[in-house]
Design a protein around this ligand. Structure first.
Ligand code: ADP
Ligand code: MG
Length: 374
């Protein structure tokens, strides 16, 4: 390479964001997704292509099939997102793509596509942690949601409680020691013969059941602990099923679904409120696929009404994996003035565990900040 300064110029061109539309790309698991945010952060398009049909017969996601399906779909999905946003590729000013955690082969498809596109267009690229994406979804519908706050990420792979600071830093307060809440829904649904993904199926069926008819244990680990455990709940369902005469009547399945769901919901709500109290805060965001659960949403709304607590529950389309949340996390980074670099690799194990620095932590619940600091 000639040392004429051109390389430096090109690098700086790629790391500077001219305020404008941002493309988000998500391919960490079994959804190929692309979304465009406008200059003001509004969601102009949010396209998700699900691979549910491909994986359904296996009862879970098959990594190799997921990667191949992403490869076949990603260009179509990105073009659709641009079309729906009434924009051309040349209008984009930045790209944000999921870097991890997730399936290695699946992540590679999104990251390599995004790298090629950003290089071709000469615009900045950011690798985004998938959990930061879920967290950012709380601000998609409510840009004035205050910081610091408590965030519960509940999805197929994660049940993590964070304290999010004004500077965007996330301090891990507690996490599951075994299964994630979404995993508990999926495995429970499988035992009840409801198919995959199990969360929506249990949610639907539980509406016809009585949550008190067949009570399930609620595992809190120790008193005041912010750690979760759902594997015992699964075992409890297994033993209940063994003790019941087959075939089960539809009412029995509905009662089992309702009782099982109630246990997960009550544990999640108890711990998120305990975290709020521990940190003396007054704002809660609940994000990730399980935040779509209708009973969880109802109980959370009911409980926050009793106190002066602000709650952010993303609209349904932003709960499960999507790319608007990835673009939103990227936008938050750009707004904070953080540097961009396309010099990153996939990070399948990236776990978003940040240890907070005490001096940076804002104590208590200051005045309501109507303006977001993101
Ligand atoms: P991940 O990022 O870990 O792939 P997602 O954020 O896409 O997960 O969420 C998927 C999980 O959310 C699945 O475990 C699914 O069962 C669960 N889920 C989706 N909708 C609901 C619902 N209505 N009730 C409970 N769980 C749900
Ligand atoms: Mg997810």
């Amino acid at each position: 390479m000639m040392d004429d300064g051109s390389a430096t110029q090109e690098d700086s061109r790629k790391t500077v964001w001219k305020s404008g539309p941002i493309l988000g790309i998500e391919s960490s698991c079994d959804e190929t997704a692309a979304a465009v945010l406008g200059s003001n952060g509004a969601v102009l398009s949010n396209v998700v292509s699900s691979q549910q049909d491909i994986h359904e017969k296996f009862g879970g996601v098959v990594p190799e099939l997921a990667a191949r399906a992403h490869l076949g779909t990603i260009d179509l999905v990105v073009n659709r997102a641009l079309e729906e946003a009434h924009l051309a590729k040349g209008d984009l000013q930045a790209i944000a793509v999921t870097q991890g955690p997730g399936l290695a082969g699946a992540l590679l498809v999104g990251v390599n596509y995004a790298k090629a596109l950003s290089y071709g267009l000469g615009i900045p690229l950011m690798g985004i942690n998938h959990l930061q994406g879920h967290i950012a979804s709380a601000w998609l519908a409510d840009p004035t949601f205050p910081l610091p706050c408590i965030v519960l990420v509940v999805s197929g792979g994660h049940t993590h409680l964070y304290r999010r600071e004004i500077n965007g830093e996330c301090l891990l307060l507690g996490r599951t020691r075994d299964d994630a809440a979404g995993e508990a829904f999926d495995k429970g649904a499988q035992m009840l013969g409801l198919g995959y993904p199990g969360g929506p199926a249990i949610d639907r069926l539980a509406r016809a059941g009585d949550p008190q008819a067949i009570p399930f244990p609620r595992f809190h680990r120790t008193r005041n602990s912010l750690e979760f455990s759902f594997s015992g709940l699964k075992t409890s369902l297994l033993y209940k099923l063994r003790g019941m005469a087959a075939p089960l009547k539809p009412e029995q399945i509905a009662d089992l679904a309702a009782g099982y769901q109630e246990s997960i919901v009550q544990v999640l709500v108890t711990k998120v409120l305990a975290a709020l109290k521990q940190e003396s805060l007054c704002a809660i965001a609940v994000v990730g696929g399980v935040s779509a659960n209708s009973r969880l949403r109802a109980v959370l709304r009911e409980r926050v009404e009793r106190g002066q607590i602000r709650l952010s529950l993303p609209p349904m389309e932003f709960c499960t994996d999507n790319a608007a949340m990835i673009a939103s996390a990227g936008r938050q980074r750009l707004m904070r003035g953080e540097p961009c670099s396309s010099d990153f690799d996939i990070d399948p194990m990236d776990s978003l565990v940040t240890v907070g620095v005490a001096s940076q932590i804002t104590k208590g619940c200051p005045e309501r900040k109507e303006k977001s600091h993101l």
